[in-house]
Ligand binder design. Structure first.
Ligand code: HEM
Length: 149
């Protein structure tokens, strides 16, 4: 049963990280401003719901794995252990990307049909760049956690 949970966790990670890689590539490779605007206008909302779904799945399956492997007890009783340190950092990073995702989506839906202010543009682009980079680090930490189990 726990294998199924791990399978869904890894599937969710591929969808969540894969989605962010694709949008990042589009931002760089699609140089035509008009085409970019049109693609983002159509893809944006679908991408938002798609990513939200997989992030919720990551939290649900991640927490199931977390309690199944007794990592809550490791954090409480052996906070200096490598597993506790890795899990603590991973959870902090996932917490940050969850918060950034909420901010990013709030701006995206608020400004979907109207112009963005300079500030909204900076926060929106900055948050997606940070989510993208943190995702790459989180996968690295996930491997480290697996090694400790
Ligand atoms: C952006 C969010 C996340 C990503 C991209 C992610 C990614 C991954 C990946 C790829 C693995 C498999 C590693 C391997 O088998 O080598 C993994 C394992 C794991 N994840 Fe996550 N994860 C995320 C969120 C979470 C959350 C929120 C939790 C806990 C609350 C969590 C807990 C775990 C645990 C305990 C494992 C080890 C299970 C095992 O490998 O048997 N993850 N994660």
């Amino acid at each position: 049963m726990i294998q199924v949970v791990l399978y869904i966790h890894i599937l969710s990670a591929t969808a969540w990280v894969g989605g962010s890689l694709l949008l990042f590539a589009l931002g760089i490779l699609l140089r035509d401003k008009c085409a970019q605007k049109s693609v983002y206008a159509h893809l944006g909302p679908i991408y938002g719901y798609f990513e939200t779904f997989w992030l919720i799945m990551l939290w649900a399956t991640g927490l199931t794995l977390f309690f199944h492997f007794g990592i809550d007890k490791v954090l409480a009783n052996a906070p200096e252990s490598e597993l506790a340190q890795l899990m603590h950092t991973k959870l902090m990073m996932v917490g940050v990307i969850t918060l950034l995702t909420i901010i990013h989506m709030y701006i995206a839906f608020k400004t979907h049909t109207n112009e963005r202010t300079v500030m909204e543009n900076i926060v929106s682009r900055g948050s997606s760049m940070l989510i993208f980079l943190l995702n790459l680090v989180i996968v690295w930490y996930a491997i480290g956690i697996r090694d400790q189990l």
